[in-house]
Design a protein around this ligand. Structure first.
Ligand SMILES: Cc1ncc(COP(=O)(O)OP(=O)(O)O)c(N)n1
Ligand SMILES: Cc1ncsc1CCOP(=O)(O)O
Ligand SMILES: [Mg+2]
Length: 216
């Protein structure tokens, strides 16, 4: 029997994915309450301080702070959650993450990956990439809105996140597919005015109140 990971909100709302503690601090201060620290390809020693600081900020703002990839450090500093991709799943100790009480978000790109993710009973499932993106090299084609809607229908009550190429202009049509959250990188970090972009996206993607119905 596979025990589920702790629940998170079905609607996580706006979910910025950023690569520094500075971005975490400014976005939490701007009202973001679901956020991910995504630092790529560093040693654990190089990212440990950033992860510790990001987790402390997340707690101070009562935000849902997910750590990408570095699941051992996420456990060590008791982050709200961890985000893992399909390749990460091959090496991560999911039992350790579950026993530590951290939420788990999983990336998926197609039906086969959805099957695999569902069997692991994660806290949320991310679907992507929806549109072309400059931020990450993707081996597959963008799935687009019709596939997104089909996946959302299949996932029923599970918390869902859409990612990849989501701009302010495209956010409404993505949200109209019924997804609970939009994860964005460049729509905020490359915006001419990141504060304005964040406020616009927050207003579009209204989240559930943080921790309202979740275990602490
Ligand atoms: C919310 C969200 N969705 C997908 C990803 C991508 O994760 P992954 O496939 O592990 O790729 P990297 O981000 O590690 O390059 C994500 N980080 N967040
Ligand atoms: C990390 C990641 N995983 C799938 S697409 C993506 C990058 C999304 O970035 P952007 O919002 O700039 O397209
Ligand atoms: Mg990863």
């Amino acid at each position: 029997m596979i025990y589920p990971f702790p629940a998170t909100a079905k609607k996580l709302g706006l979910y910025p994915v950023v690569d520094s503690v500075e971005w975490i601090a400014r976005l939490l201060d701007a009202g973001v309450r679901t956020i991910q620290l995504r630092i790529k390809d560093q040693t654990e020693a190089a990212v440990e301080n950033s992860i510790a600081e990001a987790v402390a900020l997340g707690k101070r703002y009562q935000a849902r702070l997910f750590i990408n990839d570095y699941w051992r450090l996420a456990i060590k500093y008791n982050a709200y959650g961890v985000h893992l991709g399909q390749e990460d799943l091959d090496v991560a100790d999911l039992d350790a993450i579950r026993h530590a009480g951290l939420r788990l978000g999983l990336s998926t790109h197609d039906d086969a990956e959805l099957d695999r993710a569902l069997a692991l009973r994660p806290s949320y499932i991310a679907l992507g990439h929806i549109f072309p993106t400059q931020t990450k090299q993707m081996p597959s084609d963008p799935q687009g809105l019709i596939e997104l809607k089909r996946h959302i229908t299949r996932l029923g009550d599970i918390s869902t996140v859409a990612i990849g190429g989501i701009s302010i202009a495209r956010a409404p049509e993505v949200l109209a597919c019924g997804v609970g959250s939009i994860a964005v990188v460049s729509a905020i970090t490359q915006a001419a005015d990141w504060r304005q972009a964040t406020q616009t996206l927050l207003a579009l993607a209204e989240p559930e109140p943080q921790f309202g119905t979740e275990p602490a």
